[in-house]
Design a protein around this ligand. Structure first.
Ligand code: PMT
Length: 399
């Protein structure tokens, strides 16, 4: 989805966590959104409009009665301009006002007048959050299609621990993109299963055989699919990456675990994209106890083949494989696309600089089932992900 033409309206209300909204405004600005910030009177007590103005490069709305503001003349202009509205942090007070249809300031006017989806990230005292009045308001808003993210558990302004903190910013950002994708994305409603990371095959309870996959390529595909509205299941081997928000996450270790998870997740899938680096071989008889160094001079492991997941998984969905090659990249990949019965294969030369394992960029060639190739330049993995999804989207439309 081209975020460059999209407008996010961020509503900031009076909470100690209002400063965190500056980080959110920055993230949306950096990826190309037009970011319009509306602050309530109370929010201005916690953080200055100047902060948001400098981050977004846009005037910040703090009142309906500023005659110099382009928005005070047409007080619902932001409601109409918004592709999505995010209220972060949202106090109990703003939630109650919205639930009651009150429109007595620029933020509540905008929310009442907008047809854009609204995401609310609550932040308040834990007793205020637990109060039945707040819970009834939240339930009412959810029924009307408002999305909520958080609150989180942790240290509150009162000093005690409880549920009421503005939740993790990655989650707020991810859920907002997901909600926008569901409304406007080209893959809205499509069920896409993505695998990522390397598998681990046990040698004994302590040791395993694995590979250098960081999961970055697969996670980038899962996140891009989510942002385009897909319902994503990410099946991941062990990685150091945070779990992306708004995505069903299944963690696995071995190729055998991954096969089971893929079989389950693809029962109703529209597409399977296998970016995981799955082990081809595993120790045939892993030891149930730790192999002791002192007991043996050297060690030979007898290896057996793991299941070929792409080869075994049945069903009527688009199949995309990756080919991690170190030589004769395209020919090897053409062979794999045919042998594994794939719709597409994404070939990458893992010996090239800035490509393949662990890097933030990749240079890939996409090959279809007829052997037709599309060579892409070196791109960030997020862009490679979008180019792969463009091709998946075209294939899905043809079905
Ligand atoms: O995770 P990163 O650090 O970002 O690195 C990205 C990557 C290099 C791992 C990724 O771009 C990539 O190339 N993934 C595929 C790695 C791989 O296993 O390639 P392969 O050529 O051995 O396998 C071909 C395809 O069959 C792959 O889609 C693989 O997931 C699948 N496979 C492999 C073995 C197996 N037992 N079952 C399978 O389904």
């Amino acid at each position: 989805m081209a975020v460059k033409e999209k407008t996010v309206v961020i509503g900031v209300t009076g909470s100690i966590s209002a400063y965190k909204a500056a980080d959110l405004a920055s993230r949306f600005t950096q990826v190309g959104f037009r970011v319009e910030v509306i602050m309530t009177e109370e929010a201005v007590q916690f953080i200055t409009p100047l902060t948001f103005r400098n981050i977004t490069g846009r005037p910040v709305v703090t009142t309906m009665w500023d005659l110099a503001s382009e928005f005070s003349v047409e007080h619902v202009a932001l409601a109409e301009a918004a592709d999505i509205v995010l209220i972060a942090p949202a106090t109990a007070n703003i939630i109650a006002k919205i639930a009651s249809g009150i429109a007595d300031d620029m933020l509540t006017c905008t929310v009442l007048a907008t047809k854009a989806p609204v995401v609310i990230a609550p932040a308040m005292n834990d007793n205020m959050w637990a109060n039945e009045i707040t819970q009834e308001n939240v339930t009412r808003l959810k029924k009307r299609g408002f999305s909520f993210v958080g609150p989180g558990y942790g240290r509150l302004a009162s000093g005690k621990m409880g549920l009421g903190r503005l939740t993790d910013l990655d989650e707020i950002y991810g859920v907002t993109l997901q909600v926008l994708g569901k409304k406007k994305g080209d893959l809205a409603g499509k069920k896409i299963v993505v695998t990522a990371g390397g598998t681990q095959e046990a040698v004994d309870p302590v040791r395993c055989l694995t590979n250098h996959s960081s999961g970055k390529m697969g996670y980038a595909i899962a996140i891009a699919a989510r942002n385009r509205g897909a319902i994503v299941t990410l099946i991941s081997g062990p990685t150091a990456l945070p779990k992306p928000a708004g995505i069903k996450f299944v963690d696995v270790k071995s190729a055998e675990d991954m096969l089971k998870a893929v079989q389950e997740a693809t029962k109703k899938a529209d597409a399977l994209i296998m970016a995981a680096a799955v082990a081809d071989f595993r120790p045939a008889k892993p030891s149930s106890t730790k192999i002791k160094r002192v007991d043996i001079k050297d060690l030979t492991l007898y290896m057996e083949k793991t299941p070929d997941i792409l080869g075994q998984v049945k069903g009527d969905f688009i199949r995309v494989g990756f080919a991690a090659e170190s030589d004769d990249v395209v020919n090897n990949a053409v062979d794999k696309v045919k042998r594994k019965g794939l719709d597409l294969i994404v070939a990458n030369d893992i010996t090239e600089k800035d490509c393949g394992f662990g890097t933030d960029t990749n240079r890939v060639t996409i090959i279809d089932s007829k052997g037709k190739t599309e060579e892409l330049p070196l791109l960030p993995k997020s862009e490679v992900a979008d180019r792969i999804l463009d091709r998946v989207g075209t294939l899905l439309k043809k079905r």
